[in-house]
Design a protein around this ligand. Sequence first.
Ligand code: ZN
Length: 387
Amino acid sequence: MRIGHEIFAIIKELCALGPRWMGREGAMNARNYIVEQFNIVGLKTELQSFSYLSYEPRYASIMIADRELQCEPIAYSTSTIQPLTAPLIYCGHCTEKEIASLKARGAKLNKSILLSDNLRSFVAYPIAEAAGALGFISLTSLQDNTIRCGCARNDRKLGNIPAVSIGGVDGREIVQRLKSEEIIEATIQLNGQIEEREGENVIGIKPGNSNSRILITAHYDSFWNGVHAMDNGAGTATIISLARSMLHESETAFEFVAFGGEELGFWGSTGYVERHRKSLSDIIAVINLDNFGSKLSQLEIGATADLLDFCRLTAEENKISIDCWNTPPRVASDQHVFVEEGVPAIWIANCGADPRYHTPLDVPAEMSPEKLEAVATLAFEFAKRLS
Ligand SMILES: [Zn+2]
């Protein structure tokens, strides 16, 4: 398991740089670290700038039934000018269906703050907002009171209502009380600074014998509340390791791309696609690695329909069993912007099996060299066979 341990070692170095939130020092140090690693491998390294809207959390507080709870702001939600006070309504996963059924029962959504246990704030928040809610609260599914960070949307647009995340212990207690018909008020105060800024992707280039190229990609940024080993120290470390092993393996051109700004809605990959719009048809495939390799992880492949049989066969021949499949890949990482442009793409992820992502519990000690190695082997085989 040499490769698994090698990747694990890179993850530890990367995580030692601290959280990699865009606009802060940790992200800058990670970017420099990747440049250094690509240079050591012997790739030609390029920094590709892209503009994005940064979010800097300044202040967040929530009082529920006169008790102050710990919370994190949801990125891209709106700052409050005055404290927002309104009664809470529990909306479950906050799906269109649940909203419709609340409305049918006469719930005054447009005078309330909605409380949801949907893990994907970027899915639930826009629905709460469209339902006319005044504010939004997300609670995590973890057994303790650890808080998960999240973004209000994933389409690079800003939300129009304030929103915070709270812990599962606090959240579930409130849900119980709401279920027993108690009326509970919440007060949210929030301040986050949104600014247009420049970020950078790191591209490591291995030249080839034609214009056709394969992209192996991973985002290097993380939320501000932890070092986030699986999301996505794992992907970043794996593309560095793959660059080492791929260098003399093929005549085909490769680009190893570490994207910035993924957590705020795929800004780096969007910037890449805008830059290369005229030559996107030269991309044989994008292999994107995001969120995998922890002890609780399962193995997931998301693939565009044109690559599905290829992926099945490759996994089978390498005796790697896949726990879940998605066609096309779920809209939750950088491959999405390529899929939208018709570029064949594969995403290796973890079936959503580890709920600790976006929390301070996503640390190197929870990573599994064995699971990291399985992903690296799979990605290497995909790359080799596609080239
Ligand atoms: Zn990620």
